[in-house]
Design a binder for this molecule. Structure first.
Ligand SMILES: C[S@@+](CC[C@H](N)C(=O)[O-])C[C@H]1O[C@@H](n2cnc3c(N)ncnc32)[C@H](O)[C@@H]1O
Length: 209
């Protein structure tokens, strides 16, 4: 698993390297995954959208172009520079999501909180804690959309792991939907999951109370 410095080094060449590696684990179907998230955002113009682990902004740039107000959080300064180049009017926060949500965002409310290929950087127990914290900054009818390397069940993960062989990263903790579903219900979210490619999917969370 890359640390902050690793992501800083990757930032300049990130978009190109993704374009060259959208076959096989981990980025199989990358652009379809991003489109699946973007299509869940109805009438982006004027919407406040927080992108967690924004990277170079590939996910939210399309929504920015359609008039959304983009807020991005990332612990890599260099990734933020790339995102800011794409979205000069965006607001960016250099912050480690292991620390939760930056104080400066705690009085904000977002229509959507999205994330792509970043949530696996949190340990499983920390994912639930982090998602619970997001609830406080989400409007009543808001949506949290988490796209990542993820699976409906453990059998699907195991299959992908075997197929990926030496490429599989044992340090990363991918969402297995049916193992997380009840915890999500307990913290107040109704969850829906759809598998987009063999190794990635989109988790949609809506308040249930
Ligand atoms: C694989 S990239 C994905 C970037 C972008 N969302 C995308 O879909 O292309 C993961 C991003 O998460 C960020 N990241 C990883 N761990 C993080 C952490 N603990 N706190 C904040 N950002 C983190 C990295 O700096 C990087 O920009």
């Amino acid at each position: 698993m890359l640390d902050k410095k690793g992501f800083d080094k990757w930032a300049g060449g990130y978009d190109k390297s993704i374009a060259e590696s959208s076959k096989g684990y981990p980025f199989e179907g990358y652009y379809d995954v991003l489109s699946a998230v973007q299509s869940l955002i109805k009438e982006p113009s004027g919407k406040r959208i927080l992108d967690v682990g924004i990277g170079t902004g590939l996910l939210t740039n399309e929504l920015y172009k359609q008039g959304a107000n983009i807020f991005g959080l990332d612990f890599s300064e260099k990734m933020i520079i790339e995102a800011k180049n794409k979205m000069p009017k965006g607001s960016f926060y250099n912050f480690d999501m292991n620390e939760g949500i930056p104080d400066v965002l705690k009085n904000n409310k977002f229509d959507y909180i999205v994330s792509s290929y970043a949530i696996h950087h949190l340990r499983d127990e920390d994912k639930i804690k982090f998602i619970k914290g997001l609830k406080d900054i989400l409007v009543e009818e808001g949506l949290i959309i988490l796209a990542d390397v993820s699976f409906e069940n453990k059998e699907d993960l195991d299959e992908c792991k075997i197929e990926s062989g030496y490429k599989w990263d044992n340090d990363e903790e991918y969402i297995v939907f049916n193992e997380l579903k009840n915890d999500l219900l307990e913290i107040g979210f109704e969850a829906e999951y759809s598998q987009v490619s063999k190794c990635a999917g989109v988790l949609k969370l809506k308040r249930n109370r």
